[in-house]
Design a protein around this ligand. Structure first.
Ligand SMILES: CCCCC/C=C\C/C=C\C/C=C\C/C=C\CCCC(=O)SCCNC(=O)CCNC(=O)[C@H](O)C(C)(C)COP(=O)(O)OP(=O)(O)OC[C@H]1O[C@@H](n2cnc3c(N)ncnc32)[C@H](O)[C@@H]1OP(=O)(O)O
Ligand SMILES: Cc1cc2nc3c(=O)[nH]c(=O)nc-3n(C[C@H](O)[C@H](O)[C@H](O)COP(=O)(O)OP(=O)(O)OC[C@H]3O[C@@H](n4cnc5c(N)ncnc54)[C@H](O)[C@@H]3O)c2cc1C
Length: 662
């Protein structure tokens, strides 16, 4: 069987789609997840979880209050703790994240930041002695940690953080203090109620000199009672747009004493006498952010996939209207508009995940290099991940919203669960660096690159930047996807140079650097987006070219064709400088025919992600495709339907109607 999701008793419309798939979904899963070994491990973990009934949701998540969600995820975490070692290799981060996604979903939980930022901060920032002391405890989950950096008044501008950590050589202690209301830590995930420790980022002060943001390991709560320690004010910041299973929190310090060895000292040090040693690279303390940003293409790709699994499956069973055959309504997936709405997002999701694997590996390599004293790769990865997190989160938001609309009315119901996926995913436009701000970080790097070219130093260009020095050439669009890469290179190069020239001209006209930068900022962010989209396209094509399995490669080339045609049309206004409007018309025709070519494989392409029903939490997107029965069952389970007459009817509506009758 090529599509491994086929099961007896499934909706025949979905089974028909799965029979049509021209490739083996297990083999595709191995490509998606980087190796056959990990794809198999994912399935094994999912299977083992399904054999532990206590790990199932005790009732549909959408009917739970916030308090119930938090309690439910804690209950499951305690069950998990009994099974951890038999379910996963605890040293394997990808296995751990898969387990979390399966059992706890995406609404957040007590360990949301423990694995993703707290432990990585200790790994990257704590010295060997400190790791000896805390890392084992954190990994064994004896303690729960989070990453407390953002303050009520400042998130983006880290240099303006107000929380101070002042060192006193006389006592060999730091005093952590929150001088104002705006200095309260605000937003850190799992801080409010769950964590008893935090990596706190504070402005290091020694003898009135401010050394800027540094990480500190801080105990927040008593390990026996879980009560906040004296000098600590901590709590939950309240409900959010989504992600409400997590207790994002606030935190204040009132002259809180911290021993000297609680500053994380792998890179910068404070000696007993107060002598400060600066780190080998000024931004090395930002590594936990780079770590998360390097994961975001993968994680956002998976958010988008979840919405697409729901929308594509639903579109294959939803019948509405007629095409040629007037005796039976068609699957809405047969409409060109529906395909145009969904298939380019499928292509992007594959592309994001392939990029994600690349950036995760780059971060792991950087960690090794930095440990060996080589910080030279930091700027490159910072620039790359800054652009990538911005483009990917924005396009994921767009893709999920299209998936919702593609499900018509039922997409708007929590039964689809798409609104929750959307709400969680778009948090990524803000967290780990607001998107515009991060695009401007990449722009700094692009401007510097142009300056290198202008001054004859092209040899010093970083990876991916050589195209900035190349001349425009004639583009032959019939030469395959590489030609589309050329279109993107031309468009990105032109925009990067244009924005840089504007910036330089404004400075030459007398504007200060900062004002000139601000007056060029929109053009600069456009340059960053084009550059990043070029990287995504190149990575996608490179990955697909490296595949040897013929049937897998064939369908992925179809997907690449959807991608390159769609992307070039999407940047039409920039491409027009290099491609004629007649050529754009022919790209349009190619896009429509590539949608048609992809159509028979659409369901298999999204099934290949092997996202379980448990993880998906969508009534509309379940593997069995029995949408209408499942929907009715779900609605009947609504708490409002547990009684025929609600108390509010007896209390208000009935007396009102009775009164009107008199
Ligand atoms: C991760 C999820 C995995 C789990 C998946 C499963 C399910 C997912 C479900 C839900 C998700 C669950 C959990 C995760 C949820 C949320 C986590 C969110 C956590 C946070 O949300 S946590 C706070 C993040 N908060 C920020 O993100 C603040 C942004 N703000 C900054 O980041 C800085 O403020 C900046 C950079 C804007 C300015 O900083 P600054 O003022 O100090 O910089 P400055 O202007 O002085 O210098 C500039 C020179 O530094 C270089 N430079 C800068 N940064 C560098 C770096 N990192 N490496 C190398 N070079 C760097 C530049 O390239 C330039 O270089 P040059 O000068 O050469 O151009
Ligand atoms: C779901 C979620 C989880 C989070 N988890 C954590 C966590 O675990 N730990 C933690 O420490 N923090 C966390 N945060 C906080 C998050 O990192 C910050 O909110 C984020 O970095 C953005 O900063 P800000 O809120 O200060 O936005 P602001 O910087 O105030 O952004 C407001 C507007 O100002 C613009 N702007 C700001 N500066 C510039 C500039 N220099 N140039 C141009 N425009 C600019 C932005 O583009 C934006 O349009 C979380 C946030 C969310 C939403």
């Amino acid at each position: 069987m090529l599509n491994k999701s086929i099961m007896d008793g499934d909706n025949p419309d979905l089974t028909e789609e799965r029979m049509k798939g021209a490739f083996d979904t297990d083999k595709m899963a191995a490509v998606i997840y980087g190796s056959e070994k990990f794809a198999i491990r994912r399935r094994e973990i999912t299977e083992s979880i399904s054999r532990i009934p206590q790990l199932a949701d005790s009732k549909p998540f959408s009917f739970m209050t916030r308090e119930e969600k938090i309690s439910e995820s804690c209950r499951k975490l305690s069950v998990l703790s009994e099974h951890w070692n038999q379910l996963i290799d605890t040293n394997n981060e990808e296995e751990a994240l898969h387990l979390y996604r399966e059992v706890l979903g995406l609404e957040g939980h007590a360990f949301s930041l423990h694995e993703t930022m707290f432990i990585p901060s200790l790994v990257a920032q704590a010295n060997d002695e400190q790791q000896e002391k805390w890392l084992g405890r954190a990994k064994r989950r004896e303690i729960i940690g989070c990453y407390a950096q953002t303050e009520m008044g400042h998130g983006t501008n880290l240099r303006a953080l107000e929380t101070t950590a002042t060192y006193y050589p006389s006592t060999q202690e730091f005093i952590l203090h929150t001088p104002t209301e705006t200095a309260l830590k605000w937003w850190p995930g799992a801080l409010g109620k769950s964590s008893n420790y935090a990596v706190v980022v504070a402005d290091l002060v020694i003898r009135d000199t401010h050394y800027g943001a540094h990480p500190f390991m801080v105990q927040l709560r008593d390990e026996k009672t879980h009560n906040p320690l004296p000098g600590i004010t901590v709590g939950d910041i309240g409900p959010k747009m989504a992600f409400n299973g997590a207790d994002n929190g606030f935190l204040g310090f009132n002259q809180y004493k911290l021993p000297r060895d609680h500053m994380l000292m792998r890179h910068s040090r404070v000696e007993e006498n107060g002598t400060y040693t600066k780190p080998p690279h000024a931004k090395i303390g930002y590594s936990s952010m780079v770590k998360v940003r390097s994961r975001m293409a993968m994680d956002q790709g998976l958010f988008m996939v979840s919405a697409l699994v729901i929308a594509v499956r639903y579109s294959a069973v939803r019948r509405q209207g007629f095409l040629d055959d007037k005796s039976r309504e068609v699957k809405v997936l047969d409409y060109q508009t529906q395909q145009h709405r969904l298939f380019p997002s499928i292509a992007r999701a594959y592309a994001f995940i392939f990029c994600g694997f690349e950036t995760i590996q780059l971060y792991d390599q950087l960690l090794i290099d930095v440990k060996n004293g080589d910080t030279s790769g930091m700027s490159d990865l910072h620039a790359l991940t800054s652009g990538l997190k911005s483009v990917v989160t924005h396009q994921t938001g767009e893709g999920i919203e299209q998936a919702r609309m593609a499900c018509g009315g039922h997409g708007y119901s929590m039964a689809s669960y798409i609104s929750e996926i959307y709400g969680v995913a778009i948090g990524g436009c803000t967290y780990e660096g607001e998107n515009m701000v991060m695009l401007l970080q990449l722009a700094r790097y692009l401007v510097k690159s142009v300056e290198l070219v202008k001054t004859g130093k092209s040899k010093e260009l970083g990876p991916m930047m050589n195209y900035l020095a190349e001349p425009d050439t004639q583009i032959d669009l019939t030469s395959g996807p590489e030609a589309y890469v050329k279109v993107f290179q031309h468009a990105a190069r032109r925009q990067v140079w244009k924005a840089t020239d504007k910036f330089h001209q404004l400075m030459e006209s007398g504007q200060s650097r900062d004002i000139a930068w601000n007056n060029s900022a929109v053009e600069l962010t456009r340059a960053s987006r084009l550059h990043t989209r070029l990287y995504i396209m190149e990575t996608f094509i490179r990955r697909v070219s490296s595949i040897s399995d013929v049937s897998i490669k064939k369908v992925l080339i179809d997907l690449v064709n959807v991608h390159v045609n769609y992307e070039v049309l999407d940047i039409g206004t920039y491409a027009l400088e290099h491609v004629s409007s007649t050529q754009l018309d022919s790209i349009r025709s190619q896009l429509y025919s590539s949608l048609d070519t992809l159509r028979p494989n659409a369901v298999s392409l999204i099934d290949s992600f092997q996202i379980s029903d448990m993880q998906l939490r969508s009534v509309l997107g379940r593997r069995d495709g029995h949408v209408y029965t499942n929907l009715f069952e779900w609605a009947k389970a609504s708490p409002l339907n547990q009684t025929h007459v609600l108390p509010s009817v007896n209390q208000y509506l009935k007396p009102m109607m009775d009164k009107a009758k008199l």
